[in-house]
Design a protein. Sequence first.
Length: 301
Amino acid sequence: MLLLNSIFALLHFSTIFMKNKEFNLPPVPAVLLAIISVQCGAAIAKTLFPALGAAGTASIRIGVSALILLLAYRPNLKQITPQQWKIVVPYGLSLGAMNLVFYFAIERIPIGLAVTLEFIGPLLVAIIGSRRIVDYLWVLLAAAGIVLIAPWTNSRIDTLGVLFALLAGALWAAYIVLGGKISKIMNSGQAVSTGMLFAALLILPFGFYENGLINLTPKLFGMGVALALLSSAIPFTLEMKALGQLPPRTFSILMSLEPAAASICAFIFLQENLTLYEILAVVCVVVASAGSTLTAKKMNT
C-alpha cells in the first residue's frame, strides 16, 4: 500500500510537472527526485519481468515514455539544427541502449551488484572531470559506499550479466557527457523528447523479437505507463534540466545515491532489513553527494 501511495504521489507530481513547462526545480532536488522516481519504477519493472521479459519491459517503458514526451513537448524536428542533430541522436541511442542492456544485466545478476557495476561509468566521468584533490576525496568516499553495498560474497555470478552491467555503465557515462552537451545548445524538453524518440526506435525491435510484447494485457499496459513515467519520462526530464546547471562530475557523484536509494526503498516498501555494511554505504554516498554539492556551490559563488 505504501509503495502504491508513493507511486500515485509521484504520478500526480508528474502531471503538474509535465503540464507546467515554466515549473523550475533547483538542480540538486531535481536529481534526488529523479532517483526516487527511478526506484519506484524499478519496483514496477520487477513485476513486469516474468510476463514481458527484459526487452519487452524496456520496450514498453521507452516506447510509452517517447509518446508522453512527444505529446508534452511537441518538438519541431524541422527546426533542429545540424549541430543539434549530431548530439541529440547519439544521446537518444545511448539512453535507449543503457536501459536495454541494464535490464539484460538484472535478468542475470542481483540488482545491487548490477547498479554497483553500472556506476563505474559515471564514477569514471567524475574522476576524469576532476581537477582538485577534494573532488577525488568525494569520489573515493562514494566509491567506498558502492563497494560496501555490493554483494561481492556471491561466488556464482553470471559472467554475461556482469559484462552487461559494465556495458550499461559505459553507456551511462556517454549519456551524462552527451546530455551535458545537448543541454547547452537545445531546450531540455525538446532534447529529451527527441532523444527518447531515437531510444524507442532502437529498443522496440528487441521487444518484438523477444515476443514479450505479445503477452501485453490492459493491466500490464497500465503498469507499463506508470513505469514509463516513473523510470523514464520524469527522471530523464529532471536530469536533463539538472545537467544544464551542474558540472558532469557533480552530477555523477549525486547519482551515486542510486544503490543506496535502492536499499532504502527495499527496506521501506519490501521490509528488507539493512545490514551494517549497507547502512555504512548509505552514509558514505550521502556524505559524498552532500560534500560534492557544497564544494561545487562554493566554486560558483
